[in-house]
Ligand binder design. Structure first.
Ligand SMILES: [Zn+2]
Ligand SMILES: [Zn+2]
Length: 317
């Protein structure tokens, strides 16, 4: 038992390395920008108070927003299925005793009738996690890194050492947005001093090293974040998770990659909420409970003939 426990602790510790790396780069960028560029180079060498004040003001706004959204993405716990998705005691015992998958499915189907479920496995069965022993709600997936079922799981992100899902997807998008803003602002404001150092228009000093590296690092991060950022904006517009983009969710009438799409503006509201005032703040405003999602089902469910599902309508079951 002990060696496995030690191994798990080591794994958990090692998983923080990418986060610590990012934190160190951010701390250095703060020092390089504020102390070396603004206080030393601009105030004492170039003597430009105006530029120093404007740069420091914009820098601190983007820095605070970046750190805030990064913090929220890392430390918001992923939401997991509620108790309703666990099998009741008697059904659970029956399920565990049963060897035949068909009979196990019968038990799951019986329990699932009271749950808001629209998706199935590729073979048409009820989605059940043997590890967590729960019926998986729509869009929920088991994360092997976190060892739990995560609601509306998008992906497990090593850079935040956390699962990105229903509880923190908005924070993750804002983290990408503000890291892009932060890097773009640094690269744009440092560019002219970068060129001046390069062409020897500025005297040699310790600020030179920091200014040159600031530009390189900011530009490099900009390029790498930009593709991920645009991809996730596209996913938000389509109301798809990364997992669903690779494998379309299977509804009772087959796979449908647009099954959860409600139209562009409603899709955005699903993640960011309907109050635009809060869109850019890393506070939770996503719609719904994470267990059930409005779907775009176009056919009437043969198993529930009383339900009338409209195309583009909101059928929450
Ligand atoms: Zn699970
Ligand atoms: Zn995870």
């Amino acid at each position: 038992m002990a060696p496995t426990h030690v191994l798990r602790c080591c794994q958990r510790g090692l998983a923080w390395i990418p986060v610590i790396f990012i934190a160190l780069v951010v701390c250095w960028s703060y020092y390089a920008y504020v102390v070396e560029l603004c206080l030393f180079l601009l105030l004492m060498t170039v003597l430009s108070l105006f530029h120093a004040v404007v740069y420091l003001a914009v820098f601190h706004v983007s820095f605070i927003m970046f750190v805030w959204s990064y913090w929220k993405t890392i430390f918001t716990r992923p939401s997991t299925p509620s108790k309703e998705f666990c099998l009741p005691k008697s059904e659970k015992e029956q399920y565990e005793k049963e060897q035949r998958p068909e009979t196990q499915q019968e038990i799951l189907k019986r329990v699932a009738t009271s749950l808001p479920l629209y998706t199935r496995t590729g073979a048409g069965a009820i989605r059940y996690c043997d590890r967590c022993q729960v019926i998986k709600p729509d869009r929920c997936h088991h994360c092997s890194a976190c060892d739990m079922c995560v609601l509306k799981m998008d992906h497990h992100c090593p850079w935040v050492n956390n699962c990105v899902g229903f509880s923190n997807y908005k924070f993750f998008i804002l983290f990408l947005t503000y890291s892009l803003v932060y890097c773009l602002f640094i690269a744009a404001s440092v560019l002219q001093y970068f060129i001046k150092f390069w062409t020897s228009d500025l005297p040699e000093s310790h600020a030179k090293f920091h200014v040159l590296f600031l530009f390189f690092v900011a530009a490099m991060f900009c390029i790498s974040i930009l593709s991920l950022f645009t991809y996730h904006l596209w996913l938000v517009g389509k109301n798809r998770s990364t997992i669903e983009a690779f494998r379309a969710p299977v509804f009772r009438n087959g796979p449908d990659k647009n099954g959860f799409s409600l139209g562009f503006s409603k899709n955005i509201a699903q993640v960011f909420g309907d109050q635009k005032l809060y869109w850019l703040l890393p506070v939770f405003t996503s719609q719904g409970d994470g267990f059930s999602f409005p779907t775009r089902l176009v056919t009437v469910d043969p198993e529930q003939p009383t339900e009338c599902l409209q195309p583009g309508g909101l059928d929450k079951g």
